[in-house]
Design a protein around this ligand. Structure first.
Ligand SMILES: Nc1ncnc2c1ncn2[C@@H]1O[C@H](COP(=O)(O)OP(=O)(O)OP(=O)(O)O)[C@@H](O)[C@H]1O
Ligand SMILES: [Mg+2]
Length: 572
């Protein structure tokens, strides 16, 4: 890192500065980010009284050169950029040159620091923004900064601090997050003399997730590692059981900086859609690695908001990264090259499906897409060998496969299978996807239902219903979607169930009417819990399910399958 200089007036004015330090966790953040920027491998954070009495951050980074000591406490003094344009290729957490100055202004600071070249280090004592003493000391390479009595000279701010344990909780949450983004740094957090969190810096995110969230969570996550052009996304995503009502378990880093971002959140929602329950938010922790020139962090002094230059690209890559991990979860079936390729095709198809808004399907679904879809279909010819154990409560199919026991929910599984089928047909704009009935059914509807049918005739037709309005509140249905039906399902009842659902006020996850409609048809056409299935029907269901790209949940997010491994059962 170069020398520390004062930024010129123009640059100062171009930088989103002026962040106020309003609680101990902010000071911890600034100090630790400086340690990270200094290339540290070990960072220790010691806290007393929720950080009000003491915050001490010790690192083994580059240290500060003797010449730079005093200027480092000045406002707008930084070694990290010279001009605002430098931000285009700056990857450090800091760049405003104001953190140390604002901490020193409201506390009593002692800094001990030494670079590798120097024999002896220096100790600087400062208070209320003034340097009181500088002396040579012998110490290790790196920097240690103690912040004592934060806000001692700003009583109003001090008064607004919360209880020690609350302030400490903010600190702890921030340190844990930061450790998840900086897997190659070993962090240690000490509260009142006791180590309360540590990470080993071995690069393994599973270890940290285990340490922070526990075993139950760690078992339900899958790795994310996805690259497209110059964007790489790494991290983890949790399965449907980890989904939550809030976004608290959605942690986003951009080049290791924790950010909040609507585009990333929306892309994630889309990827989780049809994989988790209604109204739930998926669990993920990701780091987006991309050239600094592709976004702007100079938006807000806290730097936790950014502006992406190409928003649709970031949307697509985040979506693809999460989706491919959600599908990769080692389920049944294999992960051969062939599987992998067809998975990527599936994701691209689905993405196209979601973003094409169903307008001019013919243009959007090119020949290549068609070929991809065929590939997926061909892949499904292989027969999967499993041992059929039985059916529980006329609802759960039990099978044994590869030392695992699976409980397959017959309704959820069938629903997922039909959903994929209907959607593929819809997407291809398949003609002749109707099964004609011998005698057309005349079905009486409520006024609301009738209006819905009239307004959405095309939707019905695209899915394979042949129907036309037939007088007041009556439709004539002469064909039903040609998807795998169970004879047990009555056509007329199914049709009415679909309308009931579509015209009701139930909460729904689906963004578009089309998507909701497809999911509803799948649900109403699927076998229900409590229906008897023949051995052959069971086998067809299992074979189809196991070959799906996305067999894990029904479109509404209910798991299709629960899996127990042999060891788990033996150790009961
Ligand atoms: N732990 C540290 N190790 C090495 N150098 C440090 C350390 N802490 C601070 N510095 C030096 O002091 C300078 C000022 O730090 P300060 O945090 O005030 O500004 P910054 O990190 O450049 O920008 P920002 O205000 O955005 O954090 C840094 O640019 C860096 O050169
Ligand atoms: Mg800084």
């Amino acid at each position: 890192m170069g020398n520390i200089v004062l930024l010129d007036e123009l640059t100062i004015n171009q930088i989103a500065a002026g962040e106020v330090l309003d609680r101990p966790a902010n000071a911890v953040k600034e100090l630790v980010e400086n340690s990270i920027d200094a290339g540290s491998k070990h960072i220790t954070i010691e806290i007393k009284n929720g950080g009000k009495e003491l915050i001490k951050v010790t690192d083994d980074g580059s240290g500060i050169k003797k010449d730079d000591l005093l200027i480092s406490f000045e406002r707008h003094a930084t070694s990290k950029i010279r001009k605002v344009e430098d931000l285009e290729n700056t990857y450090t957490m800091g760049f405003r040159g104001e953190a140390l100055a604002s901490i020193v202004a409201v506390s009593k600071v002692t800094m001990v620091t030494k670079t590798a070249e120097d024999e002896l280090g220096s100790k600087v004592v400062a208070e209320s923004g003034e340097v009181l003493k500088v002396e040579e000391v012998s110490c290790n390479t790196g920097t240690s900064i103690s912040v004592n009595e934060l806000f001692f000279n700003t009583p109003v701010r001090y008064k607004f601090l919360k209880q020690d344990f609350t302030e400490f909780r903010y600190i702890r949450e921030w340190v844990e997050k930061t450790a998840m983004a900086n897997l190659d740094i070993s962090f240690k957090l000490i509260n009142e003399g006791k180590i309360v969190f540590s990470s080993n810096g071995n690069g393994n995110i599973h270890d940290i997730v285990y340490a922070i969230y526990g075993k139950q969570t760690e078992e339900k996550i899958v790795d994310v590692d996805f690259k497209e052009d110059d964007i790489r996304i790494t991290g983890i995503v949790g399965n449907t059981l980890l989904a939550d009502k809030t976004r608290k378990n959605q942690i986003i880093f951009l080049n290791k900086r924790n950010i909040k971002d609507k585009i990333v959140e929306n892309a994630a929602d889309q990827a989780f859609n049809a994989n988790i329950g209604i109204g739930k938010k998926g669990f993920f922790i990701i780091n987006i690695e991309m050239p600094a020139g592709e976004y702007d962090v100079n938006v807000h002094p806290t730097k936790n908001e950014v502006r992406f230059k190409d928003e649709s690209k970031i949307y697509k890559v985040v979506y693809s990264a999460l989706k491919s991990s959600l599908l990769s979860k080692e389920f049944l079936g294999d992960n051969s090259q062939e599987q992998l390729e067809s998975k990527i095709n599936y994701i691209n198809n689905e993405f196209g499906f979601l973003t094409n808004h169903f307008g001019n399907k013919k243009d959007n679904y090119s020949e290549k897409m068609k070929a991809d879809i065929e590939l997926i279909h061909r892949e499904t010819d292989r027969k999967i060998e499993y041992k059929f154990v039985g059916i529980l409560f006329k609802t759960y199919i039990i099978i044994e496969l590869d030392n695992q026991m699976y409980l397959i929910d017959q309704h959820a599984a069938h629903e997922r299978i039909l959903y994929e089928q209907i959607r593929a047909n819809y997407k291809d704009n398949l003609k002749n996807n109707s099964q004609m009935t011998l005698i057309p059914e005349l079905i009486n509807l409520t006024h609301k239902e009738f209006e819905f049918v009239k307004e959405n005739l095309e939707l019905f037709q695209n899915i394979g219903f042949e129907l036309e309005p037939f007088g007041d509140n009556t439709v004539k249905v002469s064909g039903f979607p040609d998807i795998e039906y169970r004879k047990k399902i009555n056509n007329r009842e199914m049709f009415l169930d679909i309308l009931d659902e579509m015209t009701g006020n139930a909460k729904s996850n689906f963004k578009t009417v089309e998507e909701r409609f497809i999911a509803t048809v799948a649900c109403k056409a699927a076998v229900k819990a409590g229906m008897d299935l023949t051995a052959e029907e069971v086998d067809t269901l299992i074979q189809r399910l196991l070959k799906l790209q996305n067999p894990y949940t029904c479109p509404h997010g209910r798991p299709t399958t629960v899996k127990f491994n042999k060891n788990e059962i033996l150790s009961l």
